[in-house]
Design a protein around this ligand. Sequence first.
Ligand code: GSH
Length: 215
Amino acid sequence: MTITITAFERSPDGGRGLARDTRVRWALEETGLAYDVRPLSFEALKQPAHLSLHPFGQIPTFEDGDLALFESGAIVLHIAETRSGLLPAGANERKRAIAWMFAALNTVEPPILDLMIARLIEGDRPWAAERLPLVQNRIRDRLKQLSAYLGDADWLDGAFSAGDLMMVSVLVRLKASGLLEELPTLAAYVARGEARPAYQRAFAAQLAAFRSATK
Ligand SMILES: N[C@@H](CCC(=O)N[C@@H](CS)C(=O)NCC(=O)O)C(=O)O
């Protein structure tokens, strides 16, 4: 049975790899699992066929035999738990890697999403200029804490893990903001993640899909 994931038919990021299928593709590439992609239009996302897989009508989803999952965190965790390479062997180390996945999704990604919303959706509101620096400063606070924790280590807790995969995936979304460059330690951490061959393959695959949809 082949794994099937869903992704945007035409990603609104123009193929920059910011949509959340990229993190799932990355986990699949790191663990050597083959997969198919079902591309979906924005309209198809909200149709019953997709809503039966994803209650909020979003991507990504993951299907493997009789297992269907939504939420990128749950999908990456499932992949990491079924194949070696993304979670350490020791029980406590595994739990810490999972804690870093949660930290990426629950502590670091929310203010980054706030920034995307402030810029893309609320940019024309009368209060937008006043709100933007508040949102940016909340991100700066998180990045400074993360950078201090990382120090001169390559990865968050020993060897590269699903925690790093998720954290890099979240931080990549800041690339156009200039905020990452304020902390060279984190910029280098993201660059290390992006340099991994598995990330390169995942990025290339989503870019190829975008290009073929926009030909
Ligand atoms: N928490 C979810 C968020 C999923 C999500 O926001 N997906 C976006 C693409 S990255 C989406 O499908 N947006 C279209 C929509 O919400 O209609 C996850 O991590 O999978």
